[in-house]
Design a protein around this ligand. Sequence first.
Ligand code: PLP
Length: 421
Amino acid sequence: MASCAEGIYFHGLVWDRSKPAGGPFCTDPDGNLILDLSSHGAAFPLGYNHPELIETATRAAAVNPGRYGAEIVGAWGDDPEAINIPTPSHLAQKVISLTKPYGLDTIFMSNSGSEAVENAMKICYDHRRNMGIGFCFQGAFHGRTLGATSLTRSRRAQRAWYPHIGEIIELPFCHCDGECRCGWKVFTALHKGTMNRFDQYLDSDIGTVDPEQVAYIILEPVQGEGGYRLPAPGFLQEVAGVAKKHGIPLVLDEIQSGLGRTGKWFAFEHYDIQPDILCLGKTLRVGATVAPRRMFPEDNARLGGTWSGTNAVSAAVAYRVLEIIERDNLLENATRVGSHLLEGLKSLEQKYPRVHSPRGLGLMVAMSIDGNGVAGKVMEEAFKRGLLVFTCGFDSIRFMPPLDLTIREADLALDILDQAL
Ligand SMILES: Cc1ncc(COP(=O)(O)O)c(C=O)c1O
């Protein structure tokens, strides 16, 4: 992967905007056509140069720049100068129309996924009136700002040397097939039988943590950076059940899995649980923390700031993205093309002994490859042949393509991957 121009701290693919790009394809500065199934880390949900998004961004950027000045003065609602350009308030209403059925009726927008997580933490500390303990999970990734880094457990390199919030307890993320081996299910005193790790911490007889001192529990319903790990059956329900029993806010980080990626608007909808607070980003182009009104601090100076209404051009584009997902049935497309991709990975598993554990939900798909560093090597070989994919976890390659990926494009990616393997 090329690194960018001198003076810019950047790591990733450089695409040349003067050369052809469209859908999942772009061209690099050497003229190579790249099939990009990484979607810039799931943040490009409709691929390159989507004409409707370009039009929206161009029109939104052309209106009175005063509109984009500090949202602190309340630049909301329809702008007579900009008929048909969605505003941050349109985006807010659109997101809430999706989350309200789950009791999440209030949104706070920011600039990134990490900030969405930071704000969820602050809302919980405020709501619980404690500076209490946070529970997070092995393999979790919640972002790169300092608070979010404190909760991140996917790779040592993301955390080392940075100061962390002290009171964080890490739990196993159970993705075990059949018998639990990860430590989530524990045996305790005979009269208690099998408990889960979270329950054990909070238990009135044998626990070490007073539930009143807990501020939140946070997790990704399907882990992203940690390895595209799907939760074991019943695991998320157990977590949600214990959180509810003790009145502890359950924060779901759907920054990667949310807004259509798994074939539903939210991954939690596959598992029959509901969050108290939901964090969104990536597909949304901005960050969003969504919760019931009663959980937000009364004093809005606790969260608000210059850009708390979010970037207006990004919000306009995000609104169009959500409209297009709805209009073009892209949830259904993610389910259909995702299962086709998964079937293809299962065929590669039959062909290559090192390939195992093909898995996925919608267009959040991965496979593992045995051998130290082999997944990274396969990623490089695929890239040399024109396919861009990312690794995740210790041994996996992940696919998070645009939500409008076609079967033909998926097949092309599978062919290249076959050659790379
Ligand atoms: C699950 C999850 N949470 C949080 C983040 C952080 O989002 P951002 O990079 O927009 O700050 C990411 C980004 O990869 C993510 O995948």
